[in-house]
Design a protein around this ligand. Structure first.
Ligand SMILES: *Cc1c(COP(=O)(O)O)cnc(C)c1O
Length: 710
């Protein structure tokens, strides 16, 4: 094993449990709660203080705690069981990929993304895109795909969201210490550390490559905070989506071009290159350059490169697609296009997109032009994307534009509550995790006694309320204020969750359109309702911050206090607590702006039905019995009208369907049987279809294997 730079800093571990360190350095623990328990049990308070980070934990834990554990038979029994599972996972040859593609020894998939949401202790993600990439890496490991992922380690992390006393969001950045995360320097075949070089205007920038082991696959993350980069260049990978456009082009150059160079130096030979969103699209230029340097024409190089490239587009909002002014691209690439044997104009033409503010070099156009396999992230989004990019395919109708829809999914093991997993273990059969995408297998959920599912879910709600109260107490303590909205939240009452990025199209304030009607719903004495909100706005998105402040202040109004709360710092831990603990998951974007959405899938998997606009994934999932649809499948020209109609529909559903179903029809044990039926229906229909297993199998069959065989 590689010697760790930080090795001397660890608390010495007794031999009997020495493998705790090895386990900490494989993020396999991130989706195995029983592995996390091995660290938590050493010192539960420290585990919270270290934010569920095993590496940090092993540096901070007192030696006596380790010695006690090493002598504790109950601990050792769990320790041995976890390591047995871990070893079996890492060594088995009976994997999904081997079973489906036994002949594909040559396949190597390289997956590029600007962010990865693997675990809350590694804050290198901002929202849905990162969560999806993290789930992608974990599922690739579970299915044992020949797979390597490439991105950045952002040493300043993404920001921590803080709210001041008026509910205004500000950002707090915590420096990430490499010794605190499971990073090891990536080594080339000769055992040397790898530092790659990329040319930026007037200088060379260097990036060091770190390896994170995620189960069976490697995640390579680059860092520019090294000597001899200038102070400014050292900041380049400091923050996710920080800085101006120039900073952004620089980041994307290092991600795309530097990422290819990192893989080459490490000896990888990918024949599938997957760009997850356009941020990494410069990689196609580097692949062409490699061939042109060997004497191929650019045309021929492009034709060859395309066949091996896969591109996933994620946003139907035009501003979400990176496009840089041509003059800016000129500054960065004047020395690069000659290496492709292209003139300036030929180079710009590859990705030219006229915008209202002038000609731009568009990353989505670049990615689409230089890849043969493209997809959007739901069926509806596929359709919208085909319309958006039709101009790139003259002569083709919208339906003929080659962008397919492959609907997102969630990595089940990462998002399942441990108690729901227990329940699945008991009722779905021993090997249910081998058939995650098998709809027949999931029908066994109907055999779970109503009372068992209900009690499990109500216990999860209690956990969520405890979690929320703890977070609120911490918040008020930080403000130096007594808890002003106390008592807060009530056990046993219908609880709605709403958590997402506060982009304006997600309409977090929709439910407040008619305050009197909302108050009547929340304060109904026999059938009360409460709502838990969470979500971040982009640090530069002031309209988004105003939305947060608005929700925060509304929650302080008479008639709403205690019934509505806003939780700070929506991250993976908050996301898990909410999607596992609420009764209903609310989603009300302005259709058709939500490409897919995945938080609702997490809720369904845990038996919390969705109440959602028919946008993103929900039109495919909704069957009239597994949740509720707000509005219809219309699109409006008049936004105010759309907002009004959708709000009316939402109130109507709450008053006449959700609230009565939750409170009425209780059997002698107090279980609302019709409600539990909806919960089961949500699990049975959503868990298989919106599992990452189903999704990644589709990527393999429809995109990766055709690209590999080209
Ligand atoms: C699942 C998740 C998301 C994505 O959810 P959407 O449905 O796309 O809004 C974003 N952030 C966190 C922390 C999540 O867990």
């Amino acid at each position: 094993m590689v010697r760790l730079e930080s090795e001397i800093l660890f608390t010495p571990i007794p031999e009997r449990i020495a493998r705790l360190r090895e386990l900490a350095y494989n993020l396999w623990w991130a989706w195995h709660p029983e592995a996390q328990d091995l660290y938590r049990e050493l010192d539960p308070d420290l585990w919270e203080l270290d934010y569920h980070n095993p590496v940090d934990m092993l540096r901070d834990v007192r030696q006596t705690k380790l010695e006690e554990a090493a002598l504790n038979p109950a601990y050792l029994k769990k320790f041995d069981a976890v390591l047995r599972d871990f070893d079996a996972y890492m060594s088995t040859k009976q994997t999904w990929f081997n079973q489906h593609f036994p002949e594909s020894k040559e396949t190597q998939i390289a997956y590029f993304s600007a962010e990865f949401g693997i675990h809350e202790s590694l804050p290198i993600y901002s929202g849905g895109l990162g969560i999806l990439s993290g789930d992608h890496v974990k599922e690739a490991s579970d299915m044992a795909l020949p797979f390597v992922a490439v991105g950045f380690i952002y040493p300043q992390g993404y920001f921590r969201q803080r709210l001041d006393h008026s509910g205004w969001q500000f950002a707090e950045y915590n420096k990430l210490n490499f010794a605190d995360v499971p990073a090891i320097p990536a080594l080339d075949p000769d055992g040397r550390e790898v530092v790659i070089e990329v040319e930026l205007p007037g200088r060379i920038i260097y990036a060091k490559v770190y390896k994170f082991q995620v189960g069976r696959v490697s995640l390579l993350l680059m860092d520019t905070d090294i000597h001899p980069n200038s102070p400014q260049d050292r900041e380049l990978s400091a923050r996710l989506y920080g800085g101006d456009q120039e900073m952004r082009v620089s980041q994307e150059l290092v991600l795309g071009i530097g990422g290819v160079r990192a893989l080459r130096r490490l000896g990888y030979k990918p024949n599938v290159w997957h760009m997850n969103e356009g941020h990494s699209a410069f990689l196609v230029l580097e692949l062409c350059r490699e061939l042109v340097v060997e004497g191929m024409s650019f045309e021929a190089a492009m034709a060859q490169v395309k066949q091996h490239c896969v591109f996933t587009t994620h946003t139907p909002v035009p501003a979400g697609n990176d496009a840089f002014p041509v003059a800016l691209i000129e500054k960065f690439f004047w020395n690069y296009w000659p290496q492709l044997n292209l003139t300036r104009d030929e180079f710009m033409a590859i990705a030219l997109q006229e915008q209202a503010w002038g000609p731009t070099f568009a990353m989505t156009a670049l990615a689409l032009r230089l890849s043969d396999y493209h997809n959007g992230v739901s069926q509806l989004h596929g359709h919208v994307a085909r319309g958006m990019w039709q101009w790139l395919y003259p002569g083709k109708s919208q339906d003929e534009v080659p962008i397919v829809g492959i609907t997102n999914g969630v990595h089940s093991a990462s998002w399942l509550a441990p108690s729901i997993r227990q329940l699945f273990n008991s009722y779905l059969g021993k090997n249910w995790e081998d058939s995650l995408d098998d709809a027949e297998m999931w029908k066994k959920i109907y055999q779970v006694p109503d009372e068992v599912l209900w009690n499990t879910r109500q216990a999860l709600k209690k956990d969520l309320i405890d979690f929320a109260r703890t977070r609120l107490i911490q918040y008020y303590r930080r403000l130096g204020q007594p808890a002003t909205v106390w008592p807060v939240l009530e056990e046993g009452i219908l609880t709605i969750g709403f958590a997402r990025r506060f982009a304006t199209y997600k309409r977090a304030t929709l439910i407040f359109k008619d305050m009197e009607r909302l108050k009547a719903i929340l304060n109904n004495p026999s059938r009360p309702v409460q709502i838990i909100f969470a979500g971040k706005a982009h640090p530069k998105d002031d309209p988004g911050k105003h939305f947060i402040q608005h929700v925060y202040q509304l929650a302080m109004q008479p008639g709403l206090t205690g019934r509505i709360i806003f939780l700070e710092e929506y991250d993976m831990a908050v996301g898990r607590a909410l999607t596992q603990g609420v009764d209903v998951w609310l989603n009300n974007p302005r259709r058709p702006h939500e490409a897919s959405g995945t938080s609702g899938m997490k809720a369904s998997l845990n038996g919390a039905p969705n109440c959602s606009i028919l946008d993103g994934w929900w039109p495919e999932a909704f069957n009239g019995k597994n949740g509720w649809a707000i509005g219809d499948e219309r699109e409006y020209d008049d936004q105010d009208r759309q907002d009004w109609d959708d709000a009316q529909s939402l109130y109507q559903i709450l008053e006449h369907e959700i609230v009565p179903r939750f409170y009425d029809n209780r059997n002698e044990a107090g279980v609302p049987v019709a409600w539990v039926q909806t919960c089961k229906e949500a699990i049975a229909t959503c868990a298989p279809q919106f599992s990452f297993r189903r999704m990644l199998a589709e990527y393999v069959q429809r995109l990766y294997m055709p690209a590999a065989r080209s």
